[in-house]
Design a protein around this ligand. Structure first.
Ligand code: KG4
Ligand code: ZN
Length: 330
């Protein structure tokens, strides 16, 4: 089954064609990062307008790359939640119009389920059940993936998301948006133990996270940063975030009996996190699955991949489908 996926929840307009949830036939992305950079973050109104401008071209490009005509596509899958409401509405309404006019089923996909499904592209043999850490710009969740469309959130952040902590720390250092990528680059070769950051223990929190203390500590310490200390600072901050994410994820895996752990979301492109997870999963005897970096951040191939499983489990969405900005649950 060949699914055309469409993604517009934040600042990337993307379209892709994926076969049977696993094989990427094409993947096109129009990034708005350059435009938002001068504002230090995503401006929702600008994002919506740019999605409107880009969505037809990106979809055409995805179809062209795949070598398929719209008639040869079996369904249109779209991110319906969560995200910026104006941005989501562009994708949902475009997908609805396209599917209706072409006589194809419309499939609704939850953005975080899509991030998890990025692993099915990189690891064709991976199937649920497994444990997944989702770390993105808006969410930090530890999720039991019980089946392709059955999830249970074991832990989540109580304040900032991991990506948000990266972006805020980077912004305070005067680095351009999105800061996670910049800190990753600058921290290469720095000493990860040069600076210390707290790892909050939350009362009754189980596997929950809090990144606000870490962020405040970073903002305080960077005021006295010596000249030439940026690489050590970036390496230490990344190590602190990675250590915290790894600790809670592996604790959850051990206590819930998972020997397969997956990563998902933009932050999972982080070199320190990937390396730490690899080391600790190997030490714990767990198999680690990570999407290739190109599928960690927002893309439409992951939406088409999850769309395949959503369609198999629930069939088509109604033509009254609308966008839901919040929908933090899975
Ligand atoms: O999943 P994503 O593309 O969008 C959301 O759904 O939020 O994640 C974006 C987040 C941003 O906060 C960005 O700074 C972070 O992922 N990110 C990284 C790296 N690449 C992207 N954080 C740390 N290291 C990276 N290499
Ligand atoms: Zn995302």
């Amino acid at each position: 089954m060949k699914i055309l996926g469409i993604e517009s929840s934040c600042d990337e307009t993307a379209a892709a064609v994926v076969e049977d949830g696993r094989i990427v036939l094409s993947s096109a992305i129009a990034s708005q990062i350059e435009t938002h950079r001068s504002y230090g973050g995503v401006v929702p109104e600008i994002a919506s307008r740019m999605h409107v401008e880009a969505i037809c071209g990106v979809t055409e490009e995805a179809l062209l790359q795949s070598g398929l005509a719209l008639e040869e596509i079996d369904a249109v899958a779209v991110t319906a939640a969560p995200g910026l409401i104006g941005a989501l509405l562009v994708g949902v309404n475009y997908a609805k119009g396209l599917a209706f006019s072409a006589g194809k089923p419309l499939v609704a996909v939850h953005h975080l389920r899509g991030h998890i499904a990025a692993n099915y592209i990189t690891h064709p043999a991976l199937a649920p059940p497994f444990l997944c850490l989702i770390a993105s710009g808006g969410h930090t969740h530890i999720v039991q993936v019980r089946d392709y469309t059955d999830f249970h959130v074991l832990g989540r952040t109580r304040d900032d998301a991991a990506g948000e902590a990266f972006d805020k720390a980077a912004r305070a250092l005067g680095l351009p948006y999105p800061g996670g990528v910049q800190l990753d680059r600058i921290g290469q070769g720095g000493d990860p133990r040069a600076y210390r950051f707290p790892r909050p223990k939350l009362s009754g929190g189980g596997y929950d996270f809090s990144f606000s203390g870490l962020k405040t500590a970073a903002l305080t310490q960077m005021k006295t940063l010596p000249a030439g200390g940026l690489a050590d600072f970036a390496a230490s901050f990344q190590y602190a975030v990675a250590d915290y994410l790894c600790h809670n994820t592996l604790l959850a895996a051990r206590e819930h009996g998972y020997t397969r752990v997956a990563l998902a979301g933009g932050v999972c492109a982080n070199t320190t996190l990937r390396r730490e997870m690899q080391t600790r999963c190997a030490a714990a005897g767990a198999m680690l699955y990570m999407p290739q970096p190109a599928y960690c951040g927002d893309n439409a191939a992951m939406i088409a991949a999850q769309g395949f499983y959503e369609y198999k489990a629930h069939g088509a969405a109604g033509w009254d489908l609308t966008a839901d900005a919040r929908s933090a649950g899975l």
